[in-house]
Design a protein around this ligand. Sequence first.
Ligand SMILES: Nc1ncnc2c1ncn2[C@@H]1O[C@H](COP(=O)(O)OP(=O)(O)OP(=O)(O)O)[C@@H](O)[C@H]1O
Length: 460
Amino acid sequence: MIDRPDVTETVQAEREGQATRVPLHEWTVEVVGGPDKGKKVTTRDSLVRVGSDAAGDLVLSDPTVSRRHLEVERLPQGLLLRDLGSRNGTFLDGRRVLQAFVTSGDKMELGKTKLAVKLAARATEVEVTGTESFGQLVGSSEKMRWVFTELRRIAREDMNLLVEGETGTGKELAARAVHQHSLRRHGAFKVVDCNLISEEKAERELFGGLRAGEHEDKGARGIFEAARGGTLFLDEVGELPLSVQGKLLRVLETREVPSLDGQPVAVDVRVIASTHRNLEEDVRQGRFRADLYFRLAVARVRLPPLRTRRDDIPTLSQALSRGMKASLELTPQTLALFEGYDWPGNVRELRNVLERGALMQETGNTSWLDFLAHTPKRTEGAEPATNVAAIVSGMPYHEAKDRVLADFERLYFAEIMREVAFDMKAAEQRTGLSMQSLYRLLKKNGLRLKDLKNAEGLEK
Ligand SMILES: Nc1ncnc2c1ncn2[C@@H]1O[C@H](COP(=O)(O)OP(=O)(O)OP(=O)(O)O)[C@@H](O)[C@H]1O
């Protein structure tokens, strides 16, 4: 249990802006062939991640599918399929692809599985706030302003909330902001790190138990009681052991915790839970209780990964660096580099990079930007996208991811440039990247084409 300081009533001044109406598309990725045939995910989010990993959005049991096999992103131009360095590859019309736009008739093949996508013909229009922050969350993209609109509505309604998202996307900040904007803001905000709650600890730390009539300061005070009148944040709720899930469910249903002398004590607490996992999948697999899931996910909000809202990067970088002790000058070139990076650790990683930059810039050292150009040497003769497991086995996550991505980029750009006969205009269209990003990525990957002369001019 982590007893972080209670949130005060102060809500950061929020930047006002013009509300806009944006279309929300519903779309589906469905398994149309293979062992998981019939399984599908329908969403209004912009990203569907497919693989055997339980954190994905469409989780496949096909053993020939990699843990993180591919993702499909809804962009204004259409649905973009991206292979994530899978072991057995992704195929479209029999051709191996690393990245391609897909439409309704297409069959994507991965291992023994076939997938199809379907975009609803009509989109629903929603009004999105013009305000570019909510509590301490900052974001100017439509995606984040939609999240702020939803969080603000949910905050007022006092319902339990499940916040989903990859690591570092701001789940805890979202929970704190909801508390700050709710009628409970004068009450406590208590955090439980569910990674640390074992069966033995749960009883005492979560539920405690006062003797009836006893003053709460004296009794064995569990975190539920400490949060009475306020909000309890269950961080990474998917990590709770099944036996503890049962006890938690009883407390949520009865709104009482058992006391030491048998007299139950009423607890009035709003629960906000977070997870980086796909809890619906955990329910299907029997790892998470369905009844508890429905109690927690009365409202659900998904925080989008930073790589799907790159237009937030300049706003976030400015906001995060303003809050730092040492000042950091962010040039347009640095911000452009940031926008081309995938940020596996999301906003937390961006904040860490900026903190490192602020410290190093004072000494004139620019090596804090080296991570952007990280291009490890490939094993001689190895096919980059086919032996990923061998290359990354035993590596720490971030290093492995950087390595796979670097290989992916080199293979991808080398292939595309050959396909378009080194015509940069055609490459721009084919990749969906801006000319500037294209030059930068070619250069970063050591692909020395004649056209790069222009790129050097561009970077001056
Ligand atoms: N939208 C945002 N605006 C400003 N800062 C953000 C935002 N999102 C995340 N951060 C920064 O990233 C850090 C991590 O955020 P937070 O702890 O809320 O993420 P999380 O999703 O709960 O991560 P984890 O799942 O790893 O616990 C925050 O301390 C904050 O500095």
